[in-house]
Design a protein around this ligand. Structure first.
Ligand SMILES: [Cu+2]
Length: 375
């Protein structure tokens, strides 16, 4: 997902010309007056009207144009100031006195998750001399252009991959009540149209303490190559509590975002989400993940093809279940060891429910491991 908000890289004269155009068209601060900067928050970016301002007092007017709550934080040169949470459709202001230097501007919601998803930019504050009527020096211009790019081309192009191997006790999760309904309730309110469906899952859904030991294995490799080139290759085989033998072959990702459920191009490494983050369903505890992916799978039951379009969600995440009875043990599990491998399989769009309790397949391997694959 790294390329999601990347801006095409321009080199040489292009950078300079673009920067000159930018500097010429802006007067970020009237002489003696406070600077005014507008900020727009959405999934998953922070957009500023100005990326370079003069030192002194600045008032940020921040609009949340997204569909979930966000916040706004300015950090650098010894200061760290943030707004309270801004609801979708609302706005807030933040007035600061900034000295020269570079500041990070980001959404602080969800620990580092919204920032990691791309809600981060930079603001450059120039000293009085550099910000004078004679305009910006060449070094500041290229600096401001760099910060507008958000991330370096090297970062944007970086391919990340992970190989995951299942291990430890294997359990099948059967329908039942979600054990933290009170913690999830305030987050569910933010889910609009989806709320009703989620509320019925609170009573009887896939994230329950109703589990049964089974057996099986799951190994896959996932590649995070940017917004459109992510991929996955893997096989899971397991026998469910009714004795049926299932096999799932993963060879392509699902990339289509739905509100509250971004797919990050199919594969994302190192995401903190679910639970109290308002990113994806709150009917999963708040977790950190080594990898999360969304895929279409070929599903077989007792060697017969069930579908080529099974909807699959996989996470190697911070442990959510305790030893022994494998009950969900924490609402915020994000600090636990990243060793729980979850495989959730649902019928494809318009396809009938699976012949399994609740119509879905949900298997956990409790002590799984990951490594960087040999390239
Ligand atoms: Cu945010």
């Amino acid at each position: 997902m790294t390329a999601m908000h990347a801006i095409p890289f321009r080199t040489g004269a292009g950078v300079l010309l673009a920067a000159l155009g930018l500097a010429a068209s802006r007067a970020p601060r009237a002489p003696g007056g406070p600077a005014a900067v507008s900020a727009k928050l959405s999934e998953w970016k922070v957009e500023l009207s100005e990326h370079t301002i003069a030192a002194g007092t600045v008032t940020f007017t921040i609009a949340n144009a997204g569909s979930i709550p966000h916040g706004f934080e300015v950090e650098g040169q010894g200061i760290e100031q943030e707004t309270s949470v801004i609801q979708p459709g609302s706005s807030g202001t933040l007035t600061l006195t900034l000295k020269p230097g570079t500041y990070e501007v980001y959404c602080p919601v969800g620990e580092a998750s919204h920032k990691k998803l791309g809600m981060e930019t930079h603001l450059k504050v120039l000293g009085a001399k550099a910000a004078g009527a004679s305009g910006y020096g060449a070094s500041e211009m290229s600096g401001s252009n760099m910060s507008e790019m958000g991330e370096s081309p090297a970062t944007a192009a970086k391919v990340q991959a992970i190989r995951v191997t299942s291990g430890g006790p294997v359990i099948q999760i059967l329908p039942g009540p979600f054990p933290f309904p009170d913690s999830a309730a305030p987050i569910l309110k933010q889910f609009g149209d989806e709320r009703e469906g989620l509320e019925s899952q609170v009573k009887n859904g896939p994230y329950s303490n109703n589990v049964t030991p089974i057996s099986g294995t799951f190994t896959f490799t996932a590649w995070d190559k940017g917004a459109v080139r992510d991929s996955v290759d893997g096989v899971a085989e397991f026998a469910t509590q009714d004795g049926a033998r299932w096999k799932l072959v993963l060879d392509r990702v699902q990339t289509k975002d739905v509100p509250h459920h971004p797919r990050f191009g199919g594969v994302i490494l190192g995401l903190y989400y679910h639970g109290n983050t308002a990113v994806h369903t709150p009917l999963v505890p708040t977790i950190n993940s080594a990898v999360a992916l969304w895929a279409f799978g070929h599903l077989y039951k007792n060697s017969a093809l069930v579908t080529d379009n099974a909807m699959v969600h996989v996470m190697l995440l911070s442990r959510t279940r305790r030893d022994g009875d494998f009950a969900l043990a924490c609402w915020d599990c994000s600090k636990n060891k990243l060793e729980e491998l979850q495989l959730q399989i649902l019928p494809g769009p318009g396809e009938p429910k699976f012949d399994a309790p609740g119509g879905f397949l949900f298997v956990n391997w409790e002590q799984s491991s990951s490594k960087k694959p040999a390239s």
